[in-house]
Design a protein around this ligand. Structure first.
Ligand code: 2P0
Length: 327
């Protein structure tokens, strides 16, 4: 038996080329690739304590006991690999406001993959950690890495090649991110249900999947050449196209509220007037504005003035998931 308490931190990420749909439900394999930026300021810290006396896994999120669910499933994969059986106590905390309507599954499962694999004495590569995090949540595979990150859809039935890799470290293009919170309640339809519903019922879903490869090429090339305008056009197109596929589902999924739309127009007006900024919107009503270095203050001030915006968070790009001392 070889296990000990271990802890890890991981940052949330925001996709610039979105992930929306799966090619395999059981292994949680994405239908297409995606490209994201990992954030510095919004993170999850997770401590995993294996304890043979426990009858079953326990999971505490921000101090509140939750059913272990997918956390237990990821622990099972790690225990199987390590040849161990001890149940675990998992304590996870997000430093971003709870109820801010920001997805925490990406940073959460990335931190869990790192902490739990260390707790059971496994020395895994980032690529292996990315594959494990993916089993918890597709977007979590990207939070293993910092800066600009690409997730590969892969082609193998085993899913072994459905992992992320880093495209560019954060410090090589330190873009800034402003998050406009337009609704602090929990969303009506979660990402997983929303994407499965879109896959099943939206006539635009096949077109969405077919066109992601072009967006990945454009975003990769924009990142390599630090071409902000090309990245802006590609990211806004990917976000709007994903929402178009959801809107065309039956019944249609409408994640936006009036403030979402006000922020979208405000960002476009700023860009037309020469500010380096673009928007992206995930499966929820918050608007994320990605800006050139030095522009976030101006963008945050404008978004904060939009009717219906409750709060504005400003952050930068950050590092990948890492083990930290257990407290
Ligand atoms: C993304 N989203 O690329 C997209 C854009 C939401 C909209 O990845 O089913 O929670 O756990 O693999 O990772 C959210 O999806 O879905 C997501 P699962 P996940 O960021």
């Amino acid at each position: 038996m070889s296990f000990q308490q271990a802890a890890a931190r991981a940052g949330a990420n925001i996709a610039l080329v979105k992930y929306w749909g799966k090619r395999d439900q059981r292994l949680n394999l994405p239908a297409a690739g995606s490209i994201s930026i990992t954030l510095a300021g919004l993170e999850t810290r997770t401590t995993v304590t294996p304890d043979p006396v426990l009858g079953a896994d326990e999971f505490l999120l921000d101090g509140v006991e939750q059913p272990p669910g997918r956390v237990g499933a990821v622990l099972d994969l790690i225990r199987e690999r390590a040849g161990e059986t001890a149940a675990c106590r998992v304590e996870s905390r997000n430093n971003f406001p709870t109820g801010a309507g920001l997805a925490s599954s990406a940073s959460g499962f990335a931190a869990l993959a790192v902490a739990a694999s260390r707790a059971f004495g496994l020395e895994l590569s980032d690529s292996e950690l990315s594959g494990l995090a993916r089993r918890g949540s597709g977007s979590a595979a990207r939070s293993i890495f910092g800066g600009f990150v690409e997730m590969d859809a892969g082609t193998l039935d085993s899913g072994a090649d459905a992992v992320a890799h880093r495209l560019l470290p954060a410090e090589d293009w330190p873009l800034e991110v402003v998050v406009a919170i337009t609704d602090s309640g929990s969303k009506a339809v979660g990402s997983r249900d929303g994407m499965n519903h879109t896959m099943r019922t939206s006539p635009y879903y096949p077109a969405w999947v077919e066109t992601v490869a072009d967006d990945l090429d454009a975003a990769r090339s924009a990142i390599a050449s630090r071409d902000f305008e090309m990245l802006a056009q590609t990211a806004e197109h990917s976000a709007l196209k994903m929402h178009a596929s959801m809107l065309a589902a039956r019944p249609g999924l409408v994640y936006w509220n009036p403030a979402t739309l006000a922020c979208l127009h405000a960002v476009r007006a700023l860009r037309s007037a020469g500010t380096g900024v673009f928007f992206t919107i995930d499966a929820g009503p918050q608007v994320k504005a990605v800006c050139l270095p030095g522009e976030s203050e101006r963008v945050a001030a404008l978004l904060g003035e939009q009717p219906g915006v409750h709060d504005v968070l400003v952050t930068g790009l950050g590092a990948g998931a890492a083990q930290v001392p257990a407290r």
